[in-house]
Design a protein around this ligand. Structure first.
Ligand code: AHM
Ligand code: MG
Length: 342
């Protein structure tokens, strides 16, 4: 067993900081504050059934989806907690159309925080795991000019300095990477601390699980249909058919496949002409999880190449996503490029 199992997230961050000669402590402070925000959200998620916090507000967000009360709460907690820490030059949230500027009364720093405050919102009301996803970029020269900031935010995932997620499930778990492996921490509610429970996570090279919303089958192109048929087809040698698992919370589906192996996909579909690239967002969902999976030995693709290498065109850009065990994602790519057919 790894000797470090049980150390607190703070100690872990400090150790990483000490190993990086140019570290100033700013980043450690930033992540620590994000962890506090996640603890507040976790507490609220856990008592969601007890108070009048479930259900929709009646508003529709910029993605034209129903806004849930907990979404609004989580978004507010992160923004209010993070805007005064002094390490950020701006933030971007799935729930907000534009970048979130740091108010003039607060100091600014070099980091950019992008987040999906509460992913899997359709599962809030039914006690299924939901989560918070985050990615952190750095800019060399922070500026207050909006256009400048947006151009700094639209960096490919290869430039992420950290990424991860919190999953509010049967326990609350934080998984993160700073480019030095992937580590998971479990929140012990009685002491209010995240303790290292999953050091150096490695995703199996090939899995046995495929995760996709198969209700969209009729909206897929023939290549996508063939790929899913492939995972369902019986073949002893390649370990097929795979098992189907789909919760409908990206964080939960991703986390399971990260630990057990497999592929999660949200392909492009013809369901909504306004969303031809599928549902998931590059900056706040795909890129952070792509960095995590990459650091764990897996792979994330948009069907044509690495997600991390996509140069974003806009803050809320959507992409098709294939993510998980390397061999399974490469198999999906082979179907999309028609190198493989059924
Ligand atoms: P959200 O961020 O508004 O919750 O939407 C993203 C979620 C993902 O968590 C999940 O993978 C996907 O939407 C599920 O979509 P669908 O219900 O179409 O299968
Ligand atoms: Mg989401």
């Amino acid at each position: 067993m790894d000797q470090r199992v049980g150390i607190t997230i703070t100690e872990h961050l400090l150790r990483e900081q000490r190993e990086s000669p140019e570290a100033t402590g700013a980043f450690t402070y930033l992540l620590n504050e994000l962890i506090v925000a996640a603890k507040v959200i976790s507490r609220e998620v856990n008592k969601a059934g007890l108070v009048d916090i479930l259900g929709a507000t009646g508003d529709v967000n910029i993605q034209e989806e129903q806004v849930q009360k907990l979404d609004v709460f989580a978004n507010r907690v992160i923004i209010e907690r993070m805007r005064h820490v002094g390490q950020l030059c701006c933030m971007g949230s799935e729930e907000m159309a534009d970048l979130i500027e740091i108010p003039p009364q607060f100091p600014k720093g070099n980091y950019i925080l992008l987040f999906d405050p509460l992913d899997g919102s359709s599962n809030i009301d039914v006690n299924v795991s939901i989560g918070t996803i985050f990615g952190i970029y750095k800019t060399e020269s922070p500026d207050t000019d909006f256009d400048f900031l947006l151009s700094e935010v639209l960096q490919p995932g290869t430039k992420l300095v950290a990424a991860g997620y919190f999953i509010y499930g049967s326990s609350t778990i934080m998984v993160y990477t700073t480019g030095n492996g992937v580590h998971g921490f479990t929140l012990y509610p009685s002491i209010g601390e995240f303790l290292l429970s999953h050091p150096n996570i490695r995703i199996p090279e090939k899995g046995k699980i495929y995760s996709v919303n198969e209700g969209n089958y009729r909206y897929w192109d023939e290549k996508t249909k063939a790929m899913v048929e492939y995972f369902k087809t019986k073949d002893k040698e390649t370990g097929r058919p795979y098992t189907s698992r789909y919760v409908g919370s990206l964080v939960a589906d991703f986390h399971r496949n990260l630990l057990k192996g497999g592929i999660f996909m949200y392909p492009a579909d013809l369901k909504d002409p306004k969303k031809p690239a599928g549902k998931l967002r590059l900056m706040v969902e795909a890129n952070p999880l792509a960095m995590v999976v990459d650091q764990a030995g897996g792979y994330a693709s948009d069907g044509h190449g690495p997600v991390l290498e996509i140069k974003p065109q806009e803050l809320h850009q959507r992409i098709p996503l294939y993510i998980g065990s390397k061999k399974d994602v490469e198999m999906a790519e082979a179907f999309i490029s028609e190198k493989l057919t059924l």
